[in-house]
Design a protein around this ligand. Structure first.
Ligand SMILES: NC(=O)c1ccc[n+]([C@@H]2O[C@H](COP(=O)([O-])OP(=O)(O)OC[C@H]3O[C@@H](n4cnc5c(N)ncnc54)[C@H](O)[C@@H]3O)[C@@H](O)[C@H]2O)c1
Length: 269
């Protein structure tokens, strides 16, 4: 799909990858881009920087009423939503010791938000016979994030949701893409963490990630991989699961040697 003249909504767009997506979509000539974030001031500042094509909208994607309002408000303003980008996401470091409330927050923001968006926007897209859903998941959803059990699990779930949507609604004209980057240089990466420093080995800028997403939308690819190496890593996993697990066990040992096991240092949201 060409983004030219399209009405596009991006969640979690107050900074990072979402903000870069809004800028790239505007440069590519979209009709309107709704810069949505829980942080209203951040969204307003990104929209101001883009100019008249952009409008800001405050939306906490963990709340279904907020997501519904984002979509009804955009429909009222522009008459349609052509592309909905479920991009907002958070990470919480840690493993078994992570609290139930942290797991719940991860589930709500990284997974339920995608359900809320699809529930609200798919009927309109079906009526029009076309639409596009973009999910920013992560390479962690195909592989894993050694430092965060809840990130690994929720990103796998996000990919599963995208697959399900594509299978069930693809024939109604609704395209779905899932974006699976490795490290992207945003506030989410914590340089004090050796696992995140490792991710930096393959990291790209948010602008590069956004350009790759734009290209993927143009090609209507289900799996958008801003770093091509992820396809190789994913193939290694499917070729020999046990060898892949052993490889990650060694990697974890190497990266966490100087740390407390499964230590929690900082959450980012
Ligand atoms: N940075 C990376 O290395 C990386 C790699 C792979 C995937 N991702 C994914 O990319 C997406 C964007 O991440 P980023 O790196 O730009 O992060 P970021 O922290 O730079 O930006 C995330 C934005 O989401 C907003 N947000 C957080 N919770 C929200 C909520 N409940 N409702 C609405 N907005 C909310 C924040 O205010 C922030 O503006 C996430 O889904 C993340 O998991 C990031």
């Amino acid at each position: 799909m060409e983004v030219k003249d399209r009405v596009i909504v991006v969640t979690g767009a107050g900074r990072g990858i979402g903000a870069a997506m809004c800028r790239v979509f505007a440069e590519a000539g979209c009709k309107a881009v709704v810069v949505s974030d829980r942080d209203e001031a951040a969204a307003a500042s990104v929209a101001l920087g883009i100019g008249p094509q952009a409008v800001a909208n405050r939306c906490d994607v963990a709340l279904e009423a907020d997501v519904q309002h984002l979509i009804t408000h955009t429909m009222a303003q522009f008459g349609r939503v052509d592309i909905f980008c479920s991009n907002a996401g958070i990470t919480v470091k840690g493993g078994l010791e992570s609290s139930n409330s942290d797991w719940q927050r991860m589930w709500d923001i990284n997974v339920m938000s995608r359900l809320f968006a699809a529930r609200a926007v798919v009927p309109h897209m079906q009526e029009r016979g076309e639409g596009y859903l973009i999910h920013t998941a992560s390479a962690a959803g195909l592989l894993m994030e050694i430092g965060s059990a809840s990130y690994s699990v929720t990103k796998h779930a996000d990919i599963a949701m995208a697959e399900w949507l594509s299978v069930c609604y693809g024939r109604s004209g609704i395209r779905v893409s899932v974006v699976c980057p490795l490290g992207v240089e945003t506030d989410m990466l914590d340089d004090s963490d050796p696992i995140h420093r490792y991710l930096h080995l393959h990291s790209i800028t948010a602008a590069d990630a956004a350009r790759s997403i734009l290209d993927g939308i143009g090609r209507e690819e289900f799996l958008i991989l801003p770093q091509a190496q992820v396809a190789e890593f994913f193939k290694m996993k499917s070729d020999n699961y046990d060898r892949w697990i052993r490889g990650f066990q060694r990697l974890r040992q190497k990266l966490t040697r100087d740390q407390n096991p499964a230590g929690t240092s900082r959450n980012h949201e």
